[in-house]
Design a protein around this ligand. Structure first.
Ligand SMILES: CC(C)=CCC[C@@H](C)[C@H]1CC[C@H]2C3=C(CC[C@]12C)[C@@]1(C)CC[C@H](O)C[C@@H]1CC3
Length: 351
């Protein structure tokens, strides 16, 4: 199902948005190995189809930092997202002037924040042209273009793109789950890191409580895949194994979604207004309530009909509703974590 990319530079592939949902069977019971293998071999079309459709909705509903976070009582939504990024940078011991790669950088929100926080130089890698164009625009507006740059490329071919031993550190925030297999993407990260270099990641995983023979667990896993452009949702153990297989030493690991926090990571997505910590958060969170989601989807349908939104955006919005339900249910049951945190080190050079 490969789709020919005929779009002008920086634009979305409209055919890809329309065809996105065809990579999954509607019912998780009918979604089998053939479907998954197809998604894996066509991961570029799957992920680009998803983000071509979802990026505008993400920015509208979430801002420029496409990831989840932990929340402290009294702390606003955007502050919490920034702190989650600072924590990753701190755990990796980033130092000023280091050359750092952001794998799957979205529209560059985390790269700009970490560049400011740690004084590092960041190259953001993304295979989605639309997101790259937006990332460049926002970075120029922030005056960070000399410190943060963006490259369009495939995270399964990093060495080809950047050459071996080219970064002091590499991080990935909720992005490498889009890879067809973790050994491939982690292996490439290992190659582009300098000896002794650090890789820090927030990974999307099914937890140890996930049971593939349980139909409700499978439904949640399938909802996360189709709703979030992920060819295959894999367990924590598979991430750990892949990191070790490619040569990393794991220095630190923790499921940050399982630390007994009072306010759960999924509360904004659940539209749970009672958990909002600031007045502004009420406006943000309202969009995720039933009424807010209905207003959004009706508006998207109108914009699509008059040609102001690409065809298929409403369908992507429907997938995002599936995503939200599956993520929240998976989070409540602790079957899923979006923040499995690993800090890993590449072997030092032999003396
Ligand atoms: C897909 C991966 C690996 C990471 C992105 C994580 C989150 C930023 C997104 C996951 C589900 C998304 C949804 C929205 C924003 C971005 C996410 C939270 C919306 C709130 C955007 C506005 C829509 O009307 C509803 C969406 C629900 C899902």
């Amino acid at each position: 199902m490969a789709l020919i990319d005929t779009k002008p530079k920086g634009q979305r592939n409209l055919a890809g948005i329309e065809n996105y949902s065809k990579f999954w069977q509607k019912d998780s019971k009918n979604d089998g190995d053939v479907d998954m293998n197809n998604r894996k071999s066509e991961y570029t079309s799957v992920v680009n189809g998803y983000y071509d459709g979802a990026t505008d909705l993400y920015e509208y509903g979430w801002g420029q930092n496409f990831h989840f976070a932990r929340y402290y009582p009294g702390e606003g939504f955007h502050q919490a997202l920034a702190r989650h990024e600072h924590y990753l940078a701190h755990s990796m011991q980033l130092k000023p002037k280091m050359r750092v790669l952001d794998v799957g950088c979205g529209v560059g929100g985390p790269a700009r924040e970490i560049a400011r926080f740690a004084g590092v130089e960041i190259v953001g890698l993304n295979n989605n042209e639309y997101q790259i164009a937006r990332a460049e625009k926002y970075t120029k507006k922030a005056g960070l273009q000399d410190q943060v740059s963006f490259v369009k490329g495939d995270f399964m071919k990093l060495e080809e793109q950047f050459g071996p031993n080219s970064f002091d550190a590499v991080y990935a925030i909720e992005a490498t789950c889009h890879a067809p297999e973790w050994e491939g993407v982690y292996g490439e990260i290992y190659k582009v890191l300098k000896p002794g270099g650090i890789f820090g990641v927030y990974e999307w995983c099914m937890t140890d409580a996930f049971d593939a023979s349980n139909p409700e667990h499978k439904r949640i896993q399938h909802g996360i895949e189709v709703g979030d452009g992920i060819p295959e949702m894999r367990p924590i153990a598979a991430a750990r194994k892949a990191l070790k297989t490619v040569g990393f030493e794991i220095l630190q690991e923790a499921d940050l979604a399982d630390q007994g926090d009072k306010i759960p990571w999924y509360y904004p997505l659940a539209g749970d207004l009672r958990q909002c910590q600031t007045v502004w958060d009420l406006f943000m969170c309202w969009r995720m309530t039933w009424v807010g989601a209905t207003v959004t989807q009706t508006t998207v349908k109108v914009l699509e009909t008059v040609g102001l939104a690409p065809k298929g955006t409403h369908d992507v919005g429907e997938q995002l509703k599936i995503a939200a339900e599956a993520l929240v249910t998976g989070g409540q049951a602790k079957l899923f974590t979006p923040m499995m945190h690993f800090v890993c080190k590449k072997k030092e050079a032999a003396k």
